[in-house]
Design a protein around this ligand. Structure first.
Ligand code: 4AD
Ligand code: MG
Length: 443
């Protein structure tokens, strides 16, 4: 195979003085002169200025380059020179070839000015052109951060002997309550898109004991908010013989590990997005405090927030609570009435369940939900009945308790939310390539 050269390496100076071949897309053109023109070429690793001179490349090549519009693809060959100019290193082009031109009747619609007018990527225009918007430097950076987050989650669990395990996405019942279930026609019956891997993971818990996954989960969230998608990436784990406290240690562990990997692999990208690396280091190194639900309610009431005991905390309340947190905080012991049937009532006070949410600081709010599971047959039947849920779709789930039930627990982490928070982004749709919400399934 021909040697692959990367623009990022050219920019760091490792190819100074060498002949290289670069493959990429036209990011910008400048100069359009009669004898010399400048093309800024982009690949997945960065941008570099290419100097094209007519007397070097010849008339027809010079014209091809002059006519190449933004986002035309190109292969250029030449010598790398270090310069005093802004970019530091540039390519003196000896030959160039336009591979995929752009139709002049349909110029690339995403320009820097379009992005500014569109107010940082939040308008329908940019969402309609999302497939093209992916090429912008901000989105490319986001996608790289996202890849690091996925890699870090895999390495955290695999390094600790967790087995990756897959559950079905078509299911017969809710995990997180009926109001956000997506119903799909299923050969004359009704099926649902799963809200969580958890119930089927619990079935494998007696086989594998430590398991995890990363998969899409689905929620029919009607309202569009900064932190809800209808299809989101869910990292979940389940562990046998574990208490709420032990599950929380893994939640804290994986989030710290992600923050550490971000610093190791993506410092430059984080800085590009305006993230203070010291702040990220705090997420990697400082302990995450624990707080009971009741304490959070008191804290909110003392800030003048109207909240009734027994309500789950919605985004507006989590935002107020976490605005001045510097690191993630665990909230534990929610009221039993605020949480689904699978949560285990606290034997010391069954008004509460042994559960936790991990709330990201800086106003971001919930990134993890988890806890101990109800694990005896009597208790699970009581919880299902008190919710008024039919038992039938859960027979398999009750069987897990009938045949050698053991204490166990787990959590789910919203991967897109973690990416949003660590990137310091305003909206969850900035952190996923094709965001899905109640109004959009295209492109
Ligand atoms: O708190 P949730 O609903 O918990 C569960 O689904 C459990 N069954 C997980 C488990 O114990 N295995 O969801 C877990 C996390 C939330 O903390 C949040 O980060 C994310 O999933 N999440 C969403 N992310 C984006 N868009 C949505 N609509 C989300 N709903 C939940
Ligand atoms: Mg939750």
């Amino acid at each position: 195979m021909a040697k692959q050269y990367w623009i990022g390496d050219v920019r760091s100076g490792v190819h100074d003085g060498e002949e290289v071949e670069l493959k990429g897309w036209v990011h910008r053109t400048r100069g359009g002169g009669k004898k010399i023109q400048f093309v800024v070429l982009r690949d997945s690793t960065g941008i570099v200025q290419c100097v094209v001179k007519k007397d070097v490349v010849g008339d027809s090549c010079f014209d091809d380059v002059a006519n190449a519009l933004i986002e035309s693809s190109m292969i250029v060959r030449g010598r790398v020179e270090s310069t005093d100019r802004e970019h530091g290193h540039e390519l003196q082009v000896e030959s160039a070839e336009v591979v995929g031109p752009v139709n002049p009747d349909r110029p690339f619609p995403i320009t820097e000015s379009a992005m500014t007018e569109a107010d940082g990527g939040e308008t329908e225009f940019l969402l309609d052109n999302r497939h093209l918007y992916l090429r912008t430097s901000r989105m490319t950076t986001m996608l790289k951060l996202r890849s690091t987050v996925f890699g870090a989650i895999h390495s955290y669990f695999r390094d600790r002997d967790f087995i990756e395990y897959q559950a079905p996405n078509f299911v017969a019942g809710a995990v997180e309550g009926g109001s956000t279930l997506f119903e799909v026609p299923y050969f004359g019956r009704k099926a649902y898109l799963t809200q969580s891997w958890q119930l089927y993971a619990e079935a494998a818990m007696p086989a594998l004991e430590r398991l995890y996954t990363m998969a899409p989960s689905f929620r029919a969230e009607k309202s569009r908010t900064r932190r809800h998608l209808t299809e989101f990436w869910h990292a979940e784990m389940e562990i046998a013989w574990a208490s709420n406290e032990e599950v929380m240690e893994h939640g804290e562990g994986v989030v710290r590990h992600i923050a550490r990997k971000m610093l190791d692999e993506r410092s430059e990208e984080l800085s590009e997005l305006g993230r203070d690396l010291e702040v990220i280091a705090g997420f990697a190194d400082s302990p995450y405090p624990r707080m009971r639900y009741d304490e959070a309610v008191d804290a909110l009431q003392s800030k003048g927030v109207e909240i009734e005991w027994g309500q789950d905390l919605d985004y507006s309340k989590e935002k107020i609570l976490t605005d001045d947190f510097e690191v993630p905080h665990f909230l534990t012991h929610y009221p039993r009435i605020a949480k689904p049937f699978y949560h285990r009532p606290d034997p010391e006070d069954p008004k509460y369940v042994l559960c936790h949410d991990l709330l990201a600081p800086e106003g971001y709010g919930e990134i993890i939900g988890g806890g101990e599971r109800t694990w005896s047959e009597d208790e699970i039947l009581e919880r299902i009945d008190e919710e008024g849920t039919p038992r039938e779709p859960y027979e398999f789930y009750i069987d897990i308790r009938r045949y050698g039930g053991v204490p166990h627990g787990g959590f789910g982490l919203g991967v897109d939310r973690v990416c949003t928070w660590l990137a310091g982004a305003d909206h969850i749709r900035e952190a996923i390539p094709f965001p899905r919400d109640s109004r959009r399934v295209t492109p």
